[in-house]
Ligand binder design. Structure first.
Ligand SMILES: Cc1ncc(COP(=O)(O)O)c(C=O)c1O
Length: 445
């Protein structure tokens, strides 16, 4: 049993409405807000709004608060760092916090080889660094990216992003040299094939078609991928997908850039999602959960690949000491509080429960995920599979009004990414509300 959620005023309440009116006047309209939740405070898996409502948080600040909101060890680490120094550009000088964090990341990122890390401030910067590094190291220009991918909004990362037209509209010309290929989105296979009878044609297609017809293999620097597509709909490729991609990359001497910005730091029940496929990427990008909400990203590469020259890349704030101290405590907490194990245990429960629910529901097309990175794709009906975008938006808005904060991704997928510390009682209370909202959406036709 749990006391949460607690809805004391129908949201958005009066304090929220007053702030929303001010927000509309002064904040960029480019942001996509899912519903008008205005945060006052947050603790562990509960978010409180400015009118006193308390929600069960299945968003974790968009997959950032893996150790829970305001974990006391994280805030202690930040406060203690505050008393020492706040900033001293790691691009230009040295400090211990970045070195220690890089040493620890080298242990977490797969591969029994020396690694080096470049620190930035955001996911998109981690991708920019990875792409620039791949070009620098290989002296090659072209990249392969995936349809439905999301890698960020700066012009370089946006050039690889291919998830929604609104993210690119009127921003061209983007950075040239990116070739997009279909991803292993088996529920909606772009080749209209079925797994496993497809025999992974989506990988062979790259070799037998793309490399044969229009991309000179000797110009290819890297393949950039999310091991589980996030913004694109929490899409999980089948078991051997990345082993096959790795074989292809090795055969043609192409680097693999693994974007773990959303799926990393324990989200899927392993430190990195790519561990579910057992391959070792050349470059790994981390951000979001790394510093528990403070801006920090890391581009971790094989040491022999990170060979760019002094002055070739940097950032004034990258590797900020507050963020690095927070990150060090995040790594401690994930290990010591056994959050990988909890993510797997609770995630398996959520998957089982939602799959059982989905069998009875006409609008649940697919339930997929690993650990606590779980998507429920809604459709108008199971045969036609037409994405039920409005229903998905209604489900998250109505669930929020009843005290559960979840958002969508892809065209019509409910995205569940709670803190990894969440317990069964809170999850079940949240799922009761989400399932009711799905029943209501199906009933409304
Ligand atoms: C997989 C992935 N890569 C990159 C990014 C961009 O990160 P940021 O918003 O910190 O720039 C995101 C953000 O959602 C992401 O999910």
């Amino acid at each position: 049993m749990t006391d949460y959620p607690k809805i004391v005023v129908s949201p958005p309440g009066p304090n929220a409405r007053a702030l929303l009116a001010r927000d509309e006047r002064c904040i960029s309209p480019s942001y996509k807000r899912y519903y008008p939740m205005v945060i006052e405070s947050a603790h562990d898996c509960i978010v409180k709004d400015v009118d006193g409502n308390e929600y069960i948080d299945l968003n974790a600040g968009i997959a950032c608060m893996n150790v829970g909101h305001n974990h006391p060890r994280v805030t202690r680490a930040i406060k203690s760092q505050c008393d020492r120094f706040l900033h001293y550009s790691n691009t230009d000088f040295y400090y211990r916090e970045v070195i220690e964090l890089a040493e620890r990341l080298a242990q977490i990122v797969p591969g029994n080889f020396e690694k080096k890390t470049y620190f930035g401030n955001s996911g998109t910067e981690a991708i920019e660094a990875a792409v620039k590094l791949a070009r620098w190291h290989t002296r090659k220009q072209l990249l392969i990216g995936f349809a439905n991918a999301f890698h960020g909004r700066t012009l370089g990362a946006l050039s690889i992003t291919a998830s929604k037209p609104v993210q690119r509209r009127y921003f061209s010309p983007l950075v040239p040299g990116v070739v997009h290929v279909p991803y292993a989105y088996c529920y909606r296979c772009p080749f209209k094939l079925k797994y496993p009878e497809c025999h992974y044609w989506c990988v062979d297609f790259i070799e037998e078609y793309v490399l044969q017809k229009y991309v000179p293999q000797e110009d290819l620097a890297a393949i950039v991928f999310e091991p589980i597509q996030g913004e694109g709909g929490y899409v999980v490729p089948p078991p051997e997908y990345f082993q096959r991609l790795k074989r292809l990359a090795d055969k043609y001497d192409i680097l693999l850039i693994d974007d773990e910005v959303q799926s990393g730091i324990g989200r899927t029940g392993k430190w990195l999602a790519i561990e579910h496929w057992g391959i070792e990427p050349d470059i790994v990008c981390l951000a979001k959960a790394l510093a528990s909400g403070l801006p920090l990203s890391a581009t971790v590469a094989k040491a022999e690949i990170m060979d760019w020259m002094s002055g070739s890349h940097g950032s004034t704030f990258g590797g900020n000491p507050l963020s690095c101290s927070a990150a060090a405590s995040v790594l401690d907490i994930v290990g010591e509080e056994k959050l990988l194990e909890n993510a797997k245990r609770q995630g398996d429960h959520v998957l089982k429960r939602l799959r059982e629910f989905g069998e009875k529901s006409e609008i649940v097309g697919d339930v997929r995920g690993k650990g606590l990175m779980i998507g429920v794709e809604l459709v108008e009906n199971k045969e036609g599979k037409k994405p039920a975008s409005e229903k998905a938006a209604d489900v998250v808005t109505n669930s929020w009004k009843r005290g559960v904060a979840a958002v969508t991704c892809g065209a019509s997928t409910i995205r569940l990414s709670p803190p990894l510390s969440i317990d069964r009682a809170l999850l079940d209370a949240a799922l009761d509300i989400l399932e009711d909202a799905m029943v209501e959406a199906a009933r409304n036709g």
